[in-house]
Ligand binder design. Structure first.
Ligand code: HEC
Length: 152
């Protein structure tokens, strides 16, 4: 009798476990409005036109620069933004909103390099500022690599 009851409570417990595992508590948080500008309005015009010191066009850079960008990405950004740039890095589930999905070409086409630089430098909650963990030059260097995640 006792053991039957124990069995019953174990199976009830497991049922709850299963329900919980599939509940929204385990679902990743959503990405927050990826197309909405992140640079505050008073700085937007300035950062939209800000250019990298080491390249003109972030989609057309040397392979050395791309490799340097990839290694910065792998060292720091990958934890949140993920190997494939989809915003699903190992730490992403712990954040209240998801990191940007860099494979989203609508997002990529909307942002200038200067706008990306602003967020890398100053952060955008819950992303922390990355400078001075990386230098400003490194912030510019990682941008062409971010651009490679959009295949169009
Ligand atoms: C602690 C996790 C974390 C790390 C580490 C991180 N990011 Fe982010 N990042 C985020 C989150 C979360 C967002 C979304 C913020 C938002 O929606 O405003 C984001 C957004 C961005 C954006 C989008 C900006 C825009 O205009 O919408 C860029 C670009 C970016 N990150 C670049 C980087 C780069 C480059 C690195 C590495 C140097 C990096 N991030 C490291 C969490 C992170």
């Amino acid at each position: 009798m006792t053991s039957q009851r124990t069995n019953l409570s174990i199976s009830t417990f497991c049922l709850y476990c299963t329900l919980f595992a599939f509940s929204p508590a385990f679902a990743l948080p959503p990405e927050h409005k990826p197309l909405k500008p992140r640079v505050p309005i008073q700085h937007r015009a300035y950062y939209r036109s800000l250019q990298a010191p080491m390249y003109q066009d972030s989609k057309n850079v040397s392979s050395e620069l791309l490799e340097a960008g990839a290694s910065i990405y792998q060292r720091i950004c990958v934890n949140c933004h993920g190997e494939s740039g989809k915003g699903n890095g190992i730490s992403s589930g712990f954040l209240p909103i998801l990191p940007r999905d860099f494979t989203n070409c609508l997002f990529q086409h909307k942002r200038t390099d200067g706008e990306l630089f602003y967020v890398i430098k100053f952060g955008s909650w819950p992303m922390p500022p990355m400078v001075p963990t990386i230098t400003e030059d490194e912030a510019w260097t990682v941008i062409p690599y971010l651009r490679t995640f959009c295949k169009k």
